[in-house]
Design a protein around this ligand. Structure first.
Ligand SMILES: [Zn+2]
Length: 466
């Protein structure tokens, strides 16, 4: 099912060049600097229970499409927050995916799943209602074998390093267990402080109290709160973290005076902040996080512009990350100015900007990253993590920011088996893009070959200090 020339340009000259370039990168190790896999998989190294638990239940790319066509999340085995009933019949869940496989035609999800079925589990027929049970049995058979346990797959995927993402309140027990197990796989954490820096995050006030409890700092004061965050950053660093991640609704930053910041903190910690005050507080916290990054060296990622949990009913029933996050327009030029006025010229600071708003690539992000030493542009993200999205990204970013103000690829996934597939798509699309530049005599092939390795491997390693 996987054609060796998939995703390469169909023009024969470009395709030949793309094949040669891809030959240089196809077997490189995978550096996965940002994602959301579950560290307990690698800590416990237990067999994945069944195909549906591996491919459907944790993957919002898979179940959002099915939900959009009217299939209830309960039928797909997505756990309910209130403990309400949800399907535990894995084979039935799998059959639902299989009989609706046509919904995924032309989508990256279908490419990723097909890649995983074939390269990981040796499946060579297309998923359909007719093949559902055969494929289910084949995958389930594999999952019982030791070579399909999480750690064995990690090694087989040739993962050099894999970052997960945790809240500052997470005690990192799984990372601790991985470290103490003596296993050589490098699974590191990343510091995602949204639950304690976003006054609109559910449970914010309790989260502040918990932050105080685990750090022994007085998080009822501005100074104590900042000290507690600095403390947790160091704790995360001790478990390998090299980055922070910030999932704010906008890219707003602020640089308030100390009395203003103290006053604002007092309002948010009491729980009475207006929407404007909450936004200003998040904005101030991005600048505070940049300041701390300059001190402790953690690379800062900003992932703005997602209207999270847009569907109230789904959020009430199932919680976060259920495929109900919707992109919105995002402005960077004015939003980032307060932070950049303070830290934009720092060469020892790396801030990686992501967007779900492609209008901002050529107009805002490439010019910003193509100027400020502290800024880099993150790869095509989420809804744009697709062959077309990657091509649009290269076309709109390269003219102003070049390749070296970008940071390689992020798979940003919760779906473990999609990692090799996603990196392979990115490598192929980048080789295709480079092949065009070579065919148009804008780039020598030896430069393209070096770039192909940079885009597939070195840039991520360097930007994320891995
Ligand atoms: Zn992410």
């Amino acid at each position: 099912m996987l054609h060796p020339d998939r995703l390469f340009p169909s023009d024969p000259t470009q395709r030949d060049i793309a094949r040669r370039l891809y030959g240089e990168v196809a077997a490189l190790p995978i550096v996965s600097p940002h994602g959301h896999t579950d560290p307990s998989w690698f800590a416990k190294d237990e067999a994945f229970p069944d195909p549906a638990s591996l491919f459907v239940k944790p993957d919002h790319y898979a179940f959002r499409m099915l939900y959009s066509q009217g299939i209830p999340l309960e039928q797909l085995g997505v756990p309910r927050r209130d403990g309400g009933e949800t399907s535990s019949d894995s084979r039935a869940i799998w059959r639902l995916l299989a009989s609706n496989w046509h919904l995924f035609r032309g989508t990256p999800t279908s490419m990723w799943l097909t890649h995983a079925f074939e390269t990981v589990f040796g499946v060579t027929e297309r998923l359909s209602a007719a093949s559902a049970d055969r494929i289910y049995d084949q995958i389930e058979d594999c999952l019982r074998k030791p070579e399909f346990r999480p750690r064995a797959l990690f090694e087989r995927f040739n993962l050099e390093v894999l970052a997960t993402t945790e809240s500052p309140l997470d005690p990192l027990v799984h990372h601790k267990a991985i470290r103490e197990s003596g296993w050589k796989g490098r699974v590191i954490t990343a510091f995602r402080p949204d639950p304690v820096v976003d006054p609109e995050f559910e449970g914010f006030r309790d989260n502040l109290a918990e932050l105080g409890r685990i750090t022994g700092k007085d998080t009822a004061t501005w100074d104590g709160y900042l000290a507690a965050l600095a403390d947790r950053r160091l704790y995360f660093k001790s478990y390998g973290a090299t980055s922070t991640d910030h999932g704010h609704p906008t890219a707003a930053t602020a640089d308030l005076s100390r009395p203003e910041a103290e006053k604002l903190f007092d309002i948010v910690r009491r729980g009475g902040a207006t929407a404007e005050e909450a936004e200003l507080f998040r904005a101030q916290m991005l600048t505070e996080m940049a300041r701390m990054s300059l001190e402790d060296g953690l690379v800062m990622q900003i992932h703005p512009g997602s209207f999270r949990n847009h569907n109230d009913l789904v959020f009430q029933r199932f919680g976060r990350d259920k495929g109900a996050d919707i992109p919105s327009g995002t402005e960077y030029v004015r939003a980032l100015k307060p932070l950049l006025d303070r830290f934009g010229n720092e060469r020892d600071l790396t801030i990686i900007l992501f967007t779900l708003d492609e209008d901002s690539y050529a107009r805002e992000l490439a010019p910003l990253a193509g100027h400020y030493p502290a800024l880099r542009v993150g790869p095509a993200w989420w809804f744009h993590d697709s062959p077309e999205g990657m091509r649009r990204y290269r076309e709109m970013i390269t003219e102003t920011a070049g390749f070296y103000n970008t940071v390689g690829f992020n798979d940003d996934t919760r779906a473990f088996c999609s990692i090799p597939a996603r990196h392979d798509v990115s490598r192929r699309v980048d080789c295709g893009f480079l092949a065009r530049l070579v065919a148009e005599h804008r780039l020598a092939e030896d430069e393209a070959a070096e770039l192909a390795v940079d885009l597939a491997y070195r840039l991520a390693k360097n930007a994320y200090k891995l």
